[in-house]
Design a protein around this ligand. Structure first.
Ligand SMILES: [Zn+2]
Length: 119
């Protein structure tokens, strides 16, 4: 995907997922910028103000040949940071990162799972 296509996919995912994550009342400011630390995305959330700044390095995601699902997973991960940010005062940062990564895996499994059969 080209960086422009990555950007469009990221924006589509943010808009598509925010309601599912209960973030409709949040101000989500997203930016596309270069990250020099190797991270492809970051989230700085202010839970008490329902506001977050999300950044994505679309160039790097394009160079690393991110698939559509990897982009979704990345957006999902950053949105989960918004959801989980309020807990950080009780947890150490490393634990918070681990919790968000675990939640991301769980959510990905949920959406890959076949639809439950109706009884
Ligand atoms: Zn993270």
């Amino acid at each position: 995907m080209t960086p422009a296509e990555v950007k469009r996919a990221v924006i589509r995912d943010i808009k598509g997922w925010r309601g599912t994550f209960g973030l409709n009342e949040w101000t989500l400011n997203y930016h596309f910028e270069r990250h020099d630390d190797g991270e492809v995305a970051t989230c700085t959330a202010h839970w008490e103000y329902h506001e977050a700044r999300l950044t994505f390095d679309a160039d790097q995601m394009s160079v690393k040949d991110f698939s559509r699902d990897e982009i979704r997973r990345t957006v999902l991960h950053e949105l989960l940071h918004c959801v989980c940010d309020g807990y950080k005062r009780y947890h150490e940062r490393a634990l918070l990162e681990e919790m968000v990564s675990k939640l991301t895996t769980i959510v990905v499994r949920c959406w890959e799972a076949p639809e439950p059969k109706e009884k």
